[in-house]
Design a protein around this ligand. Structure first.
Ligand SMILES: [Zn+2]
Length: 141
């Protein structure tokens, strides 16, 4: 399957991609985790997509995700990059959201000896320019 790149002069109402996903970052400022949902088949996407991978439509709408889910898989990294070095060993996990797609994230406040698949997690919004991330997931107690 290849998509033709040729421009036939059609007037397509194309918004720049950056404008569309920009809403995602606006949402984070308000402590909202935004994804997109296909208006046709209902598939949800995170990170947000501007078109649906299943039915190839661009009729997408923004949805707010709960930010709660459970751990699907994880990697314990004992050699963090420099920006994470003060945290020592860190864990990167994939959280399956209750109401949406899987999210790859740093698992803050989870010790390597405590991490396990299926544990309940929720989002925590953080402001950390040095890490370049806006959120992590922490255990639900
Ligand atoms: Zn779809």
């Amino acid at each position: 399957m290849s998509k033709s790149q040729s421009s036939s002069g059609l007037q397509q109402p194309s918004q720049p991609f950056i404008t569309k996903v920009g809403k995602f970052f606006e949402g984070l400022k308000e402590n909202k985790l935004l994804g997109t949902k296909c208006k046709k088949c209902g598939t949800t996407y995170f990170p947000p997509r501007v078109d649906c991978a299943k039915c190839l439509t661009d009729e997408m709408e923004w949805i707010e995700l709960s930010g709660e889910g459970e751990l699907a898989t994880f990697t314990v990294n004992t050699t963090p990059p420099e920006s994470f070095s003060k945290y020592g060993t860190y864990i990167i996990g994939i959280v399956k959201l209750n109401d949406g797609p899987p999210v790859m994230t740093w698992l803050k406040d989870v010790k390597p000896e405590d991490v396990k698949v299926g544990m309940k997690l929720k989002i925590e919004f953080i402001e950390s320019p040095e890490l370049g991330i806006k959120y992590s997931f922490v255990p639900v107690d």
